[in-house]
Design a binder for this molecule. Structure first.
Ligand code: HPA
Length: 246
């Protein structure tokens, strides 16, 4: 049993990973985003899958979330840490900081979001009251404390369909709904993991102020700059979790 990392934008490779194998898996739901890396970081085994593919070619609404989660389960991942870039909505959600959200609001549409497709018999209505695994969230929070990294330890992740960014009015609505950050890749990944009984938690890297939350337009240059600056902390946090995992 190993911990799996699903890498988001900017994280199509894990630094310092010693790669032992790359597995190409076919699933009943099609192909995962990329071959799955089996490796080690500081002697702790790790599984890695870049959500957007190796060349970052798969946009959020085209990701085969079912194949990805199915494949990770098939190769015995026991827990999944998902790295997602997000925009900051509420006051403190500054770019370059990290949030480990504790709640989700799903605004996506038309995504294939369940493994129970064929018939009603055998459908499991998963309990999704707490969408993330508290034990794994706790491990992330403790790892951040151990390396003195300031992160937000809870908050609501609003997941939009994309690939366009939101209007200012949409972000105001998300804020009224209680969302702290907004991104495009948090769902249905989290609920699919729950359907298979996998522990799943999210590490959200804030890479821009959401629409209407700053005077500046949202440009790819700003997003990429904040992403580059924030990724180092994501890598430190992952390394910290792995240190405590065995
Ligand atoms: N909106 C939606 N998804 C995002 C954003 C945003 O502002 N930033 C990064 N992913």
């Amino acid at each position: 049993m190993s911990i799996a990392i699903i890498g988001g934008s900017g994280l199509s490779k894990l630094p310092e990973v010693k790669i032992n194998d790359e597995i190409i898996i076919d699933t009943p739901w099609g192909k995962p985003s990329a071959p799955i890396i089996i490796g080690e970081i500081n002697k702790t085994s790790i599984i890695f899958l870049p959500r957007h593919g190796n060349d970052h070619a798969i946009p959020p609404h085209k990701i085969n979330y079912r194949a990805n989660i199915w494949a990770l389960n098939k190769i015995n991942a026991s827990k999944i840490i998902s790295v997602n870039t997000v925009g900051g909505i509420t006051e403190l959600m500054n770019p370059e900081t990290i949030i480990v959200p504790d709640q989700i609001i799903d605004y996506t549409s038309g995504r294939k979001s369940t493994f129970y497709e064929k018939d009603l018999e055998g459908v499991k209505h998963i309990d999704f009251t707490m969408p993330y695994a508290e034990t794994l969230r706790d491990q992330l929070i403790k790892a951040a404390q151990a390396i003195k990294l300031k992160i937000f330890t809870k908050g609501v992740y609003g997941v939009t369909q994309g690939p366009r960014l939101e209007t200012a009015a949409e972000i105001s609505r998300l804020e009224r709904d209680g969302c702290d950050v907004v991104g495009m890749t948090g769902m249905p990944e989290a609920s699919l993991a729950r359907e298979l009984g996998l522990d799943y938690a999210c590490c959200g890297l804030i890479v821009n102020w959401a629409a209407g939350k700053s005077d500046m337009p949202i440009t790819m240059e700003i997003i990429e700059k904040n992403l580059k600056n924030g990724l180092n902390n994501i890598n430190l946090l992952i390394a910290g979790v792995l240190r405590n995992f065995n």
